[in-house]
Structures are given as structure tokens and as C-alpha cells.
Design a protein around this ligand. Structure first.
Ligand SMILES: Cc1cc2nc3c(=O)[nH]c(=O)nc-3n(C[C@H](O)[C@H](O)[C@H](O)COP(=O)(O)O)c2cc1C
Length: 186
């Protein structure tokens, strides 16, 4: 089978759900941000902004607010799942790459591509990572406006796109096996 460093990074990536407190070097954050901004987008609109959150106290506050929202809105199954995983929505990750998007139809897919570029760049640098849709919760809770102001949503209609948590992993996981039965050649 053909392989190279890129294919190896793709094959070995997994969603990491436990981090140690070590900060991530600025050079690595810069490299990941550059990979994110190298993403393709429909007619090259690049309908995104990227906020690299490294403020541990802010991430902890967002985590707590998100967990409280899950609890208060009766999302019992989801709440239970996160409690079983250690009670942390963001797994103590020291970094959150927050992708903001413009309100246009193609932005959702574009943000998905940015997310995967971040995940693969982080993996290639030996960093754990997980794409995190739950990162939207802090912005939907009663303190949402406070968090939006803290991370700089601004007043120009920017919306939550996606979050990607990054840090040095405490846990490892086998990558999921690619299901090649879903592939056909015509
Ligand atoms: C759009 C999207 C949102 C996700 N949101 C979360 C999340 O909020 N929390 C989480 O732990 N994992 C989240 N994941 C990770 C998936 O659960 C994970 O990719 C899937 O279980 C396959 O596992 P793998 O990434 O290790 O191959 C998300 C993945 C995607 C693509």
C-alpha cells in the first residue's frame, strides 16, 4: 500500500479526550494556525476567523458553563456521557482553536475543512486533538455574551463555527479502522 508522512498522519489521528497541563509551544500554535488558514474554501471566500484560546482560566470557565447548560437543559444522556469521561467538556485541554464563521451557506463546510486541517497539523506535531462541537455551548448559555466578548466575536454577525481542542495528550487511542466497504469504484 502507498504511504508517506501525510497519509501516516491521517491514518494515526484519533480524538484525544485527556490532556496534561503542559502549555503548547507558540511555534507549534503558529504552525497549526497557518495550516488552518491554508484551508480551501468555496470560491476562496475564507468565511472564517480563528481565535487561539490559551487562557486556562477562560477555558475552565467555558467548560463549567457548558456543563451547567447540559445539566440545566435536561440533556441527561450527554451530561452522563461527559461525567463518565471525567466531568470535563473540554478534557482539560490547554488550547482551544475556535473557528468563527460568517452567516453564509458554504461556511459550515469550509469550517469543517479548517477543523480537519487543525486536527491533522496538531497530530503531525505530536499533539493530541479533538474536533469539539460542544465548544458552542458556552456561547449559548446565560453567560454567552460575556464569553463572546472575551474571545472577540465582535458585532459584525460572526457565529460559532467549530472548536478544536489541542494539547499534549494524556491518553492514547487506536485510530478507528477505515471502513473500506463504504468505498466503491465505478
Ligand atoms: C463535527 C464534529 C464534532 C465533534 N464534536 C465532539 C465533541 O464535542 N466532543 C468530543 O469528545 N468529540 C467530538 N467529535 C469527535 C468524534 O466523536 C470522533 O471524531 C468520532 O468518534 C471518531 O473517532 P476518531 O476521531 O477517534 O476517529 C466531533 C467530531 C466532529 C467531526
Amino acid at each position: 500500500m502507498q504511504t508517506n508522512d501525510t497519509l501516516k498522519t491521517i491514518a494515526e489521528r484519533f480524538s484525544c479526550r485527556g490532556y496534561n497541563a503542559s502549555p503548547v509551544e507558540r511555534e507549534k500554535l503558529d504552525a497549526i494556525a497557518r495550516a488552518a488558514m491554508s484551508s480551501p474554501s468555496a470560491i476562496n471566500l475564507q468565511p472564517w476567523r480563528l481565535v487561539v484560546i490559551t487562557d486556562a482560566e477562560l477555558i475552565a470557565q467555558m467548560d463549567e458553563a457548558g456543563m451547567q447548560l447540559l445539566r440545566d437543559t435536561g440533556e441527561d444522556e450527554m451530561y452522563k456521557r461527559f461525567m463518565e469521561r471525567g466531568g470535563k467538556l473540554f478534557y482539560n485541554a490547554p488550547v482551544m482553536f475556535l473557528i468563527l464563521k460568517q452567516h453564509i451557506a458554504s461556511a459550515e463546510l469550509d469550517c469543517g475543512i479548517v477543523s480537519e486541517n487543525i486536527a491533522l497539523a496538531a497530530s503531525s506535531l505530536g499533539l493530541g486533538n479533538v474536533i469539539c462541537g460542544m465548544a458552542r455551548l458556552p456561547f449559548e448559555c446565560p453567560k454567552g455574551e460575556y464569553f463572546k466578548e472575551k474571545v472577540g466575536f465582535g458585532n459584525d454577525g460572526w457565529e460559532f463555527g467549530m472548536g478544536v481542542l489541542v494539547g499534549y495528550g494524556l491518553v492514547s487511542k487506536e485510530p478507528h479502522a477505515p471502513d473500506m466497504s463504504k468505498v466503491s469504484y465505478v
